[in-house]
Structure formats: C-alpha cells, structure tokens
Design a protein around this ligand. Structure first.
Ligand code: ATP
Ligand code: MG
Ligand code: MG
Length: 352
C-alpha cells in the first residue's frame, strides 16, 4: 500500500494517522509551510487537511508530487468566487451571490439582498473573514475586490453531507448530519436523525456531481442550509470535515478510514451506521475524566494549547437508540462547564 502523506499536521492529520494504524497503513502528516526537504517517495500519495499554505520548500514539493491528489478540486474550492461559480455551473442550488468589484459597494450589496453576508474569497474558516450587512449599515469599502457577498439565508437548520469517491468513480455517503454553528463555528452535530429521503437523495446527487466533475478521490464534505425543507449548498470542504467526526465511533468506517480507503484504492463500501450520535466540540476548554463514566462517550483530545474559543478536542456520544442517547446526553450535561450546557439542550431538542 502507498504511504499517505498529509499536507497539514493539525488534528485532522492526526486522526487520519490514527485511522490508518489498525491496517498499518503509513500515514504521515507534514507541515506544508516548513522549509525542509520532505524526502517524498515516488509512490507516496499526497492528500490535504488544510487548503492554504505557502510556497515553502515543503509546500512546493507536496504540490509538485505526481501523486498530489485533487489539485483541481482544491483550486476550485480555495477561492469562494470559483467555488460559487462551480456550484452554479453544475446547477447545484446555492444562495444568490455576487463577486464584489471596485465602485459603489452599497449598491452591489443591495443588489444581492437586503441582508447579506460578505465573505473573504480566501483563507476564512470557523466564520473568520466574514461580516454581515443590511440596508442602512455603513459598509467597509476596503473589502471590495477580495470578497463575495451572498444573501443571508433564513434557514431552519443546517446539515452537511460527507461522502467519498474512488479512482473508479464509485461513490458512498453517510446520512446527512445536522449541525449547529454559533458565530460561524461548529458547536455540535447530531447524526442519523430521520431525514426526508428527498433531501438525502438530492444531497448525494449534488455532491456526487461535484466529485465527478473534479475527478475527486477521497472524502469531501458539503455544508447546506435547509430552507422550507429544501437544501441550499453553503460551501464545500475538499477533505475530512468536523461535521463528520461522529463517524469515528458512530460508524464502523470512520470518515478518516473512508478517506484512506479511497486514496489507497481499497474497497469503498457504504459505511454502516446503526445508532445515533452527537459530536460536541471542545472550544477552549479541557475535558474531565468523569465524562468517561457516561455510556457511549468517547473523548478526542488534540494536544493543542488551550486558547479562548479554539477547537482543542471533541467528544462523540454514540448510542444504539435515541432514548439511550438522550440519557447519556443528560448525564454528560450535568458534568460539563456551565457555558456548554446549552449544547446539550440543543442536541436533545433535535432528537425529540
Ligand atoms: P468553516 O469553518 O465551516 O469552513 P467558514 O468560515 O468557511 O466555516 P461558512 O461556512 O461560510 O464559514 O459560514 C459559517 C456559518 O455562518 C455557517 O455555517 C452559517 O451558520 C453562517 N452563514 C454563512 N453563510 C450564511 C448565509 N448565506 N446565510 C445565513 N447564514 C450563513
Ligand atoms: Mg469554510
Ligand atoms: Mg462552513
């Protein structure tokens, strides 16, 4: 089997490495911003866990390797203007948008909608590099030219689809995951709720179309808004995704293993999902040993320094059925910090 080299050595690279361990699949996360010779071998396969890096020695070596996967998808996705254009070209529904040009900004914003969200074309994540505008607000003209503006969508909730495609063009998907973002950052996900068959089918069809168009190999995630029961695509992530973390214990094949299977050309089968799961992000706070007394709790700690609001770990709570999941959520809720209790209220509300 090839060695899998991951551009990026954050938690996603770490979890890819963990997923490879049982099969002794060699997964090597590296820092693409370093100025070091990586010693890449001709039969290595290169994948990413981040989308942006510098033209450092390592960064250039990774990009120029003949087995660097998904260059086309990365090119299309790292710039929001290109990403939105891709969705439009493939007739995948997305929120109305414009690319901001020099000139009267307010009229450009107003042409999209009376409430818009302006997003930097490049580099934003966890809601960074975004601002909101509505009729009457002062705008920040210096953002023109590097941003898109899209209509604020009055969604009822947010969902995401995680799927994978292999070199033969076979595609598999997880069930839609329901996500709660606060200030642009994911706080929790609930997986394997009943969803309308039409939503699942449309989402798979769209993500499949996107992956086919880009000749994509590996896991891709698609974030969506649900409006009047219809899906609108928010954005794509050409990699394993935070909203798929529940699959680590909520499916016999995690998104990390699925990504490795696709890259190493191992059999790709639909990941079995039997029970129900909640994923709770640890944002700037530590976990506590007593959490492990709660049935179905699995702690994933990234070993990063704690800073306010920073993603430093996550907890998966996986149980065979809704009522036992609710029992576990209530038990864990009693043990977490005050500010996080609301996460459990939200999660339980989704399950009822
Ligand atoms: P990620 O960390 O997922 O990459 P990001 O920084 O790329 O996030 P987006 O996914 O574009 O940001 O937006 C973050 C969140 O902000 C969304 O999940 C949603 O809650 C809200 N949001 C973004 N765009 C819109 C929109 N057009 N209408 C309403 N809410 C929006
Ligand atoms: Mg994003
Ligand atoms: Mg997002």
């Amino acid at each position: 089997l090839p060695r899998i080299v991951v551009a990026g050595n954050g938690q996603l690279g770490q979890m890819l490495q963990q997923a490879g361990a049982p099969m002794q699949l060699d997964v090597m996360p590296v820092d693409p911003n370093a100025d070091v010779e990586l010693g890449l071998r001709p039969d290595d396969v290169i994948t990413v866990e981040i989308e942006h890096w510098s033209d450092s020695v390592s960064g250039v070596q990774l990009k120029q390797h003949p087995n660097f996967r998904n260059a086309a998808a990365l090119h299309a996705v790292i710039d929001r203007q290109r990403q939105k254009s891709l969705l439009d070209r493939l007739q995948v529904p997305t929120s109305p948008w414009v690319s901001l040009e020099e000139g009267d900004l307010e009229s450009q914003l107003a042409s999209v909608s009376d409430k818009v969200i302006v997003k930097r074309r490049r580099g934003g994540y966890d809601g960074r590099g975004q601002w909101r505008w509505q009729q009457g607000d002062q705008s920040e003209a210096e953002w023109a030219g590097e941003c898109i503006a899209e209509a604020m969508i009055p969604f009822s909730h947010e969902v995401s689809l995680v799927g994978a495609r292999n070199a033969a063009g076979e595609k598999v998907f997880y069930p839609l995951t329901r996500n709660w973002h606060e200030n642009g950052i994911l706080r929790a996900s609930v997986a394997n709720l009943p969803v309308p068959a039409e939503q699942q089918k449309n989402a798979e069809e769209w993500l499949g179309r996107i992956m086919d168009d880009e000749d994509y190999i590996g896991v891709m995630a698609m974030e969506c808004f649900v409006v009047d029961g219809q899906l609108l695509v928010n954005e794509l992530a050409p990699r394993v995704h935070n909203s798929g973390h529940w699959t680590q214990e909520g499916s016999a094949i995690s998104q990390f293993q699925l990504h490795l299977r696709a890259l190493a050309d191992l059999p790709l089968i639909t990941p079995p999902v039997d029970g129900v799961s909640v994923m709770y992000n640890l944002l700037g706070r530590h976990w506590k040993p007593e959490w492990l007394e709660v049935p179905g709790v699995h702690v994933h700690w990234y070993g990063k320094e704690i800073r306010p609001g920073r993603k430093v770990g996550h907890v998966n709570i996986c149980r065979p059925d809704v009522s036992s999941l609710i029992d576990s959520l209530k038990a864990l809720q009693a043990l977490v910090d005050e500010e996080d209790k609301i996460v459990f209220e939200w999660s339980i509300a989704q399950l009822q």
